[in-house]
Ligand binder design. Structure first.
Ligand code: ATP
Length: 906
């Protein structure tokens, strides 16, 4: 059997049981999903619930505890064994449920970033998830798409595909539809095939799917690709390091305690248990888990605000962003274009009014150029109009908003694209790209069977045009004028001399200076030789006129820009649009004070690094920018120490997004390629969403710092007590099981609750988080000191009770005071500067529940006889309990005073 690339289009379609016009039927597609499975690569590395559970049990702490429980069982201390195992179980359940939730959240986020694909089904074009594609599906490919499955091409218009994912070749390959004779050409030579995972960089095409999922060429090598381990975020690495250092220190101290105890003649078994509990107390085992959870849940919260995080790292980096480089169209503006002005050779037609514009009002000769203009605008255009079902409804446009506005403008004056297309079908095209900033289509002017030119062809084109061709071009006026040599005025064609050029550019600038997006149109007759050779060039065009479109700024963007500024973040606008349009919008949104302070893409093209750095340090608006300029700008900003967030939507934006610290893709208008490389996707394309995501990122960073400080200070409190106790004569201030309890129960629960603290009020009034800052950069000594404070009150009260009555509840006092201190500390650590009396608990009820739950558990340990037995506690009298609580609260008052001083200083 011939291979797909050897067969003709008809053969392939027949073999796969499909139809090029109809596509598959819904029923057949369903059948095939059953037969071939979903179109996705099976992931080997997905962490199943089992794996997560196992990873909990694999942690050093749990292993130590399990070994300890075995040993205690051997020496006959069954009571200890049970308590240790119960604590391990409790801890594992807590860790597991949290991490499972985090994993689920991330998996859900991953699912959301599955690309959507246009396919033909039941004769209609529909959009489906790429996972639902089956062999035989007819798929539409456009520039920016990632090819969703392997397919034989059945249509290719200037189609270029970059196949480096498979072949390593970075140059895009021009595709065709002709069969290839050779039986086994290399993948790169199969020019009539498109392979899953490769990228459409230019043009458009249609293909019939030949293989999906693991059957694709990409699937065959997927096993190799899957070994890339998920990289840790800087914070996670930092914490891992910290954990290792602490573990080493702990090991040393444990050794000392153990040996010292033995020398003092303590019981070997007791010393063993103490050493074990001490190790557990000192190693902040829970930290990495809590950090991962905080990041993953943060990502989930960001999703609610329309920011889809694709890489966990982004959650953390967002808090450090110092510059946001944003596109204009659609991100800062609404991208709901409307043609408001039509300019032809000095005559203006106001399109802005609610009433239908009246071309009849134009002088007769202008009428012709007007007709050509709108015909060109509608035909050189990939948007379509969906006529209203009811007369009173407005017509909808489908496609790019700029193009939609033009088709709609034509529709308003009774020129319908669908009729035009019958009379002048498109036969060739040179697609739009953001380098040329133009687009051209070539049309055949059909004569109808009676030899007459259809009425829909504008008069000017009809004269002597039987079986002729015409090219329509639209694009940025400055770039369009470069390829024009004549201009149409009414029904006369003049040479495009300097005077005309000046007039055109002036008109263009006038519109742009008022914030309008401006587009020019031109045309020229094309002869059949050019068409046959498929060599129609964009040259010698006849300039016809200019459209001015209004694209208002999005609501809330101005406020977001001010918020960003207050937060020490510099907003920068980078756009392909005209400098005057860009300047006007930037000034109205306070991105710049002076709208003329705009740099053009080409102005930064040939600068040296130093020169460029000087420019980027001062410029906040760039216009007429091509994608490669974006990369230069990011590079330069990063060289100056900035953490750059950058948006992008086009095919060629991918390198700049990759280079940026936070690459941001557009959810609505963005291409698959940009979404694939992005760290974050804006589901609503909105600039405001970036600022909300940064706020969320800062909050998470803040909260991580809070619980790290809480956990470490609490751990140090226990370490101090165990170290200092013997100096005062108390050889074992805390019983081993008490340490375990403290560490794994009363500490752990509030720490988790701290991870969901709401943002502090001034969170967007501080400068960005320094990136390279170690988790404990300013607070390394703090935690040790706070630990000392925590221990001082509990050890002190224990000591006094101990001296009073060595058989009394001294240890229970010490134990409880430490637990209470930690709980009060959890409340204090909520804010660095704000008094806890100003931070209502309804903002974070979880913390209140956690503290109350821990408090209740502690009471149970003190008063429930069964628990007393396990934890060697005695019931405290009311006054003792109150004293313990009062001493426990001391840390809170000290912290409040410190905050007061900080506030006063500020
Ligand atoms: P941003 O980068 O802020 O999204 P943009 O959408 O204006 O800005 P591009 O898409 O690169 O950037 O467009 C650049 C210029 O190309 C536009 O100002 C316009 O003049 C022209 N242009 C845009 N879309 C088309 C199109 N479909 N056909 C022809 N010309 C176009």
């Amino acid at each position: 059997m011939a291979k797909h690339h050897q067969e003709t289009i008809e053969e392939v379609i027949k073999e796969l049981g499909s139809s090029s016009n109809e596509g598959l039927s819904g029923a057949k597609a369903k059948e095939r999903i059953e037969q071939y499975g979903l179109n996705e690569l099976t992931e080997k590395n997905r962490r199943s619930a089992w794996k997560i559970l196992l990873s909990q049990l694999k942690s050093v702490m749990v292993i130590i505890l399990i070994v300890a429980s075995v040993i205690t069982a051997f020496v006959g201390e069954l009571r200890d064994t049970i308590v240790i195992l119960a604590i391990v179980a409790l801890n594992t359940i807590l860790g597991f449920t949290q991490e499972y939730r985090a994993e689920k959240a991330m998996a859900a986020l991953k699912k959301m970033s599955v690309p959507r694909v246009k396919v033909r089904r039941d004769g209609k074009i529909v959009e489906i998830n790429s996972t639902e594609i089956v062999p035989g599906d007819i798929v539409i490919l456009e520039a920016g798409n990632i090819v969703p499955a392997d397919m034989r091409l059945i249509e290719a218009t200037n189609l270029k595909i970059q196949e480096s994912a498979l072949t390593g070749e970075s140059e895009a390959v021009e595709k065709t539809t002709k069969p290839i004779e050779e039986e086994n050409p290399s993948l790169g030579d199969r020019k009539n095939m498109a392979y899953s995972g490769t990228v459409v960089t230019y043009g458009r095409g249609v293909g019939i799917v030949t293989a999906t999922g693991m059957e694709t060429e990409l699937g065959k090598i997927a096993a190799m690709l899957q070994d890339t381990a998920e990289t840790q975020t800087p914070l996670q690495k930092n914490i891992d390091q910290l954990g290792k250092i602490l573990a080493l220190i702990a090991l040393g101290i444990v050794g000392v305690i153990f040996v010292m105890g033995l020398l003092r003649g303590e019981d070997l078994e007791l010393m063993f248990m103490t050493a074990v509990s001490f190790a557990v107390a000192a190693v902040p085992e829970g930290l990495p888990t809590v950090v991962t959870i905080a990041l993953a849940l943060g990502a989930q919260r960001m999703l609610k605000k329309n920011a889809l995080v694709r890489k966990l790292m982004a959650v953390e980096t967002l808090g450090s962003v110092t510059v946001i480089c944003s596109d204009k169209t659609g991100t800062i503006t609404e991208n709901r274009m409307k043609v408001t002005v039509v300019e032809m050779a000095g005559r203006t037609l106001d399109f802005g009014k609610e009433n239908e514009p009246d071309p009849e009002a134009l002088p007769e000769d202008d009428n012709k150029s007007f007709e050509i203009m709108l015909t060109a605008a509608a035909l050189c255009n990939d948007a379509e109009i969906k006529p209203p079902v009811h007369k009173k409804q407005q017509a909808d446009v489908i496609g790019d908003p700029t193009e939609g506005a033009l088709v709609y403008a034509a529709y308003r004056v009774g020129i319908e694209k669908s009729d035009l297309e019958q009379a002048m079908p498109r036969i060739l095209e040179i697609p739009f790209d953001s380098e040329r900033k133009r687009m051209t289509t070539i049309h055949e002017i059909k004569s109808n069977p009676k030899g007459k030119i259809p009425a829909d062809v504008p008069e000017h084109l009809r004269e002597n045009a039987v079986d002729q061709y015409v090219a329509f071009t639209k694009g940025a006026v400055d770039s369009l004028v470069e390829v024009c040599d004549r201009v149409l005025e009414g029904d006369e064609i003049h040479e495009l001399d300097d005077d005309w050029k000046r007039r055109i550019i002036e008109t263009n600038n006038n519109l742009a200076a008022n914030g309008m997006r401006v587009l020019g149109v031109a045309f020229r007759p094309v002869n059949s030789a050019e068409v046959e050779d498929k060599k129609v060039e964009e040259k010698n065009l006849i300039f016809t006129g200019i459209f001015g479109m209004m694209d208002p700024a999005r609501e809330g963007v101005k406020e977001s820009i001010m918020t960003a500024r207050e937060a020490g973040i510099r907003p920068i606008m980078i756009t392909g649009d005209h400098p005057l349009t860009a300047g006007y919008i930037a000034e109205s949104l306070t991105i710049v004070d002076d709208k003329s302070n705009v740099k053009m893409g080409r102005e930064i093209e040939n600068l040296t690094e130093e020169e460029l750095d000087r420019v980027t340090a001062e410029t906040s608006v760039y216009a007429r920018v091509a994608p490669e300029h974006k990369l230069k700008i990011v590079d330069s900003l990063q060289r100056q120490g900035n953490v750059v967030a950058m948006t992008g939507d086009g095919v060629n934006d991918a390198p700049a997004l990759k280079q940026a610290d936070i690459g941001i893709a557009m959810g609505i208008t963005g291409t698959d390629v940009t979404k694939e490389v992005a760290d974050m996707v804006l589901i609503d394309d909105n600039f405001t969403t970036i600022v909300s995501a940064i706020r969320e990122g800062r909050t998470i960073f803040d909260n991580i710092h809070k619980f790290i400080r809480y956990i470490l200070a609490s751990n140090f409190g226990e370490i101090w007590i165990m170290l200092l106790g013997p100096f005062f004569g108390i050889s074992l201030p805390l019983a081993p099981l008490q340490i375990l309890w403290l560490n794994l129960v009363t500490d752990g629960v509030p720490a988790l609750a701290l991870a969901v603290e709401p943002p502090e009020k001034d969170i967007m009034k501080r400068p960005p988080n320094p990136t390279k800052e170690h988790v404990l950069a300013n607070g390394r000594w703090n935690v040790i000191l706070i630990g000392l404070l925590l221990s001082a009150f509990s050890l002190g009260v224990g000591l006094v009770y101990w001296m009073n009555d060595i058989n009394g509840p001294w240890r229970t006092m010490l134990f409880s005071t430490l637990v209470f201190s930690q709980l009060f500390f959890a409340l204090s650590v909520r804010s660095r500067t704000k008094s806890i009396f100003n931070a209502p608990f309804k903002e974070n009820p979880y913390l209140m529940y956690a503290v109350l739950a821990s408090f209740g558990l502690q009471l149970a340990v003190i008063y429930v006889p069964f628990m007393q037995g396990l934890f060697t506690t005695q019931a405290l009298g009311v006054w003792d309990l109150l004293l313990s609580l009062a001493l426990g609260s001391a840390i809170l008052w000290i912290y409040e005073i410190k905050k007061l001083v900080t506030r006063k200083r500020q």
